[in-house]
Design a protein around this ligand. Structure first.
Ligand SMILES: *Cc1c(COP(=O)(O)O)cnc(C)c1O
Length: 340
């Protein structure tokens, strides 16, 4: 397969229009077959449910080239399942999981020339999403929906090394205790835009959100889960019903236990104990793990011993092991790597 003539390593995280995308429509109570199309634009009624009441959700995953030249995706079954659960919470007709995986494969295959080569650090980012498309003016779920997947090549997340981030504790809340924090709904991102713009203005990379009810427990950032490493090398991740269940985080917890022989626990993490951890990282599909060097709580600084120059040693091991599994340098657990 002849690849596109692109400076792969120079790509950022932005939208680049590729050749084909997948579209399926839900009408009269059923999903149609779904097709690949060249048309990157969507025409919908001015009163479409998504435009009026934000009935939309999404997923994010990557296709990439392994060391031995295969084109693969990482655990797309978990994206299919998460989107299924998200759709149910938003009163949308869930897209069948087997069709989801098939659509992912179709989109990657049709855009194979856009899958960055091994070693470039770039990947083909896939964005499945779904929205209410028929006119809705009284507040209720739409009747008709569209499910789509497009692909866009994205550059290496860490250009020139993974520099640790500085975060601030946000005065805003990300998710209510019985709200929508656990699903990948567009609305969770719409309301996070103001807090992130404010954080950036103040010089911080991300917000650390605390639990909305008591503001004493760590939740997550706007788009990534936390991992902490204790001084005796235990991996800890916050447990809460309002955290988005990151596939990267779940994979890293497994890697910690099964590949690195570390203790790994998901439990409530009080903000008061954050100062006692040795390392901190953010996990998500985009970066796998971004190291955190410092967290600022209204002027009070928590500086992790791993410092501001590089990833902490355990974070680095987790990062190297998971990326090794993804890139085919290490043997993967059954079902994690799906060949296209
Ligand atoms: C998507 C997302 C993550 C990361 O999930 P991955 O499956 O690892 O990509 C974390 N937090 C939020 C709020 C998210 O939307």
């Amino acid at each position: 397969m002849e690849k596109k003539d692109i400076d792969w390593s120079g790509l950022g995280f932005g939208y680049v229009q590729t050749d084909k995308r997948y579209v399926a429509n839900f009408k009269n109570g059923a999903w149609d077959e779904g097709v690949l199309t060249d048309d990157a634009n969507i025409v919908m009624n001015e009163c479409a449910g998504v435009l009026q009441y934000a009935q939309t959700c999404f997923e994010g995953l990557k296709a990439y080239t392994t060391e031995d030249g295969r084109t693969v995706c990482f655990r797309p079954d978990l994206n299919a399942e998460r989107m299924y659960n998200t759709a149910q919470r938003l009163e949308m007709p869930p897209f069948p999981k087997d069709k989801f995986i098939d659509a992912v494969k179709q989109v990657v295959k049709a855009n194979e020339a856009w899958v960055p080569p091994y070693g470039s650090g770039a990947t083909l980012y896939l964005r499945p999403y779904m929205f209410g498309i028929n006119p809705v003016i009284g507040v209720k779920p739409a009747d008709d929906y569209q499910f789509r997947i497009f692909a866009t090549p994205v550059g290496p997340y860490f250009k020139g090394g993974a520099k640790p981030l500085t975060l601030c504790v946000s005065d805003f809340d990300r998710a209510a205790p019985h709200g929508t924090g656990h699903i990948k709904a567009g609305l969770n991102y719409a309301m996070s835009l103001h807090p992130i713009v404010e954080a950036h203005k103040a010089g911080y990379a991300e917000n650390m959100y605390l639990d909305a009810a008591t503001r004493t427990k760590v939740e997550e950032t706007g788009g990534a889960n936390f991992l902490f490493i204790t001084k005796d090398n235990k991996v800890v991740t916050p447990k809460s019903n309002s955290i988005l269940p990151s596939i990267t985080r779940r994979s890293l917890m497994y890697v910690a236990k099964e590949y690195l022989g570390l203790e790994a626990e998901e439990r409530e993490v009080h903000f008061d104990e954050v100062k006692d951890f040795a390392e901190c990282g953010l996990c998500g599909t985009a970066a796998v793990i971004s190291p955190v060097g410092k967290i600022v709580d209204h002027g009070k600084e928590i500086c992790f011993p791993s410092g501001m120059d590089e990833m902490g040693p355990i974070t680095k091991k987790l990062y190297d092991t998971l990326t090794g599994i993804q890139m085919g340098r290490l043997e993967a657990p059954e079902g994690w790597i799906v060949e296209i």
